[in-house]
Design a binder for this molecule. Structure first.
Ligand code: GRF
Length: 197
């Protein structure tokens, strides 16, 4: 059983999809700890309601100490809007998974987070978008891609409609799928590419 920590900064609907998947035994993992850089992040409340340790921590040395105390094997960034240092990334190389709400390499990197991703996508007039789950590396949104899935957004008339369509129809599904593959030891990174074995 893989010990999982989830980092959140917002509403935590991606976290909720992982909590539900673990509860339904869809994932061979157990969420031991939820951390947020924002005291009032509803994701912390979701964790508490599920009986999971939920902690507001901003100091990364304390974060690392808590990860060690809980014997965490895998970190999932689910809408986490704080910087993850190279120290943490190198300590958990290819053991940190992030979900990004676009088809990387489109609309990613510095400044592309949350609604800003969908604003750029809407402004460009894209007809298709989606989400990407990837391992975290020192390059923002630049780590090895695990899963991507696209969806038609030609019927969306605002960035907010794109955001909701991707969050509900794509993100919630591919994040738990990727975490499930990791927990089943089915992900192998070869030359910065992820192979599903
Ligand atoms: C998601 O759209 C995720 O892709 C982005 O932040 C949002 C988090 O949503 N990184 P939630 O907090 O999981 O509801």
């Amino acid at each position: 059983m893989v010990n999982i920590a989830v980092f959140v900064s917002g509403g935590g609907t991606n976290l909720q999809s992982l909590i539900d998947a673990c509860a339904n035994n869809e994932i061979n993992g157990s969420i031991k700890l939820v951390i947020s850089n924002r005291k009032k992040a509803y994701g912390l409340e979701r964790a508490r309601l599920a009986g999971i340790k939920a902690e507001w921590i901003k100091d990364e040395d304390i974060i690392i100490k808590r990860l060690e105390e809980e014997q965490i094997d895998l970190i999932v960034l689910a809408g986490y809007l704080a910087i993850v240092s190279e120290k943490l990334i190198s300590k958990y190389e290819n053991k940190i998974i992030n979900i990004h709400p676009s088809l990387i390499p489109s609309f990613c990197g510095e400044g592309y987070y949350g609604i800003h991703v969908h604003e750029a996508c809407f402004k460009r007039g894209c007809k298709v978008s989606g989400a990407t789950v990837h391992f975290v590396s020192a390059v923002v949104d630049g780590g090895p891609i695990i899963l991507q899935r696209s969806i038609d957004i030609s019927d969306c008339s605002s960035p907010e409609e794109i955001q909701e369509k991707i969050l509900i129809n794509i993100e919630h599904k591919i994040l738990k799928e990727a975490v499930g593959l990791y927990c089943d030891n089915k992900l192998k990174v070869v030359n910065e590419r992820v192979e599903i074995i």
